[in-house]
Write a protein that binds this ligand. Structure first.
Ligand SMILES: [Ca+2]
Ligand SMILES: [Ca+2]
Ligand SMILES: [Ca+2]
Ligand SMILES: [Ca+2]
Length: 448
């Protein structure tokens, strides 16, 4: 007699448990690592200009996404997977400085986007201060990357060198740096930042081209780094585009192999190690950048094929694989930058073409296709290109590092320089000057 009610209760409990499990599974959908596309809107603010809403466009945002101002969370409104807004306070912009903007997704999965910089400027005056500053680094710094490596709200730098080592330049905020040296196995030919173990601290990936591997250094949050792994990465890995390509909350990396005709995908395990590389064919001597070109909330790739005078666009399937979408003829594209240059909400790209001394802009149609490219003359042999709003009108500009520039230094160059580029209006550009490749990053390293 007692058995039936007991069975009934047990049955009901099973049903409840089943509902609970199904509900939990639906609720516990894995969140991707978010990705920020430039520009932010606005992309800068006048000092003491009052509170405002910052619009952040990108890929992989979820209802629990939080925008951080330096390391502090700000009240965030989820618009859709490609857009969030954040309430920036009057106090945030009370002083001139450059803030580090990131977006963090909650678990399961989740993680923190790469750093995007937000200048707070003196209203009505020139946007940048012209102030040449030189810092010593290792031999022949090939590139330069920026990030806040010690969580002090000041933007630091790192260069890969032939010494062989990586120089870590911790910013004092007055344009000077303390340089630390990170040993690597052999000449470091490329460098990129990302949070590969999901602890909120900026990590580094350095391409070791002679060994066909990449060294992964996990950031300790105090400006020091620990070597985590050295996954095989194609042939002469030299360019990197981190992104969560399979959307599982671990940062993955697309690797451009500078002396081959394929791109490697390293799927992250979330602890600073990676699965065995997957490769897919493209043109020769590629460089790579990422963004969502067709608005499906899955990161895509744009690959420049220097040796084939073309650019390939690969649409991401969202599982770490990519399909060739379109090949656009170009003139010896060496480097590529992804941004929304015409502010229509669709990502565009600009490629620097060394042989024709041009930079060409291809405007995206939002479906993975692009309008015919428009070329602009640059200085001699533009090896890399960077996007930034150099005159403060809210519209992205381009700057190139020109290999053939008359000020080109000797092979023995061992420095990075903050300098004013007279051809563009009033920027501080960081120009890493070097023999076979040059690279620039836009930023404000004078913390006023
Ligand atoms: Ca980390
Ligand atoms: Ca992943
Ligand atoms: Ca896509
Ligand atoms: Ca656009």
């Amino acid at each position: 007699m007692l058995r039936r009610p007991f069975t009934l209760i047990l049955g009901t409990m099973h049903l409840l448990l089943a509902i609970l499990i199904v509900g939990c599974n639906a609720w516990a959908q894995t969140n991707p690592v978010p990705f920020i596309s430039v520009p932010l809107s606005p992309d800068a603010a006048p000092v003491r200009g009052g509170a405002f809403n910052l619009t952040v466009n990108g890929t992989g945002f979820v209802p629990g996404s939080i925008v951080k101002w330096n390391t502090d969370p700000r009240t965030t409104t989820f618009i859709n997977s490609g857009q969030v807004t954040a309430a920036i306070t009057e106090t945030d912009i009370a002083n001139m400085k450059t803030a580090v903007i990131t977006v963090t997704n909650p678990g399961p999965g989740g993680g923190t986007s790469s750093d995007v910089f937000f200048p707070v400027l003196r209203a009505g005056t020139t946007r940048f201060r012209a102030m040449p500053v030189t810092s010593s680094v290792g031999s022949l710094p090939a590139r330069v990357v920026a990030g806040d490596f010690n969580d002090d709200g000041k933007v630091d730098l790192a260069t890969p060198n032939t010494s062989p080592d990586v120089s870590i330049l911790l910013a004092h905020g007055d344009g000077t740096f303390t340089t630390q040296t990170l040993p690597v196995q052999a000449t470091a030919s490329g460098l990129a930042t990302g949070d590969f173990n999901g602890d909120g601290e900026v990590d580094l990936i350095a391409g070791i081209s002679s060994l066909d591997v990449a060294d992964i250094f996990l950031g300790n949050g105090d400006g020091t780094f620990t070597l985590s792994s050295s996954p095989a990465a194609g042939a002469s890995p030299c360019g990197f585009a981190p992104g969560d390509f399979d959307g599982n909350g671990t940062l993955d990396i697309a690797v451009a192999n500078c002396y081959s005709d394929f791109v490697s995908i390293l799927i992250g395990n979330g602890d600073g190690t990676f699965q065995e590389q997957r490769t897919f064919a493209t043109g020769s001597a590629p460089a790579v950048a990422t963004g969502d070109f067709n608005g499906d909330n899955k990161l895509d790739l744009v690959v420049t094929n220097d040796g084939d005078s073309s650019v390939s666009v690969f649409l991401g399937a969202g599982d770490g694989t990519f399909g060739l979408s379109t090949v656009v003829p170009q003139a010896t594209p060496e480097w590529v930058v992804v941004a929304d240059f015409n502010l229509d909400g669709y990502l565009d790209f600009a490629a620097s073409n060394w042989a024709t001394s041009t930079v060409s802009v291809s405007l995206g149609n939002g479906d993975g296709s692009f309008q015919p490219r428009v070329a602009y003359a640059t200085g001699s042999i533009p090896n890399s290109v960077v996007a930034g709003d150099f005159n403060g009108d809210g519209i992205l500009d381009l700057a190139t590092a020109n290999f053939g520039a008359s000020e080109f230094p000797s092979f023995a160059e061992k420095k990075v320089e903050l300098l004013r580029r007279p051809t563009i209006s009033e920027p501080d550009l960081l120009h890493s000057r070097f023999a076979w490749e040059t690279s620039i990053r836009m930023g404000d390293w004078i913390w006023r």
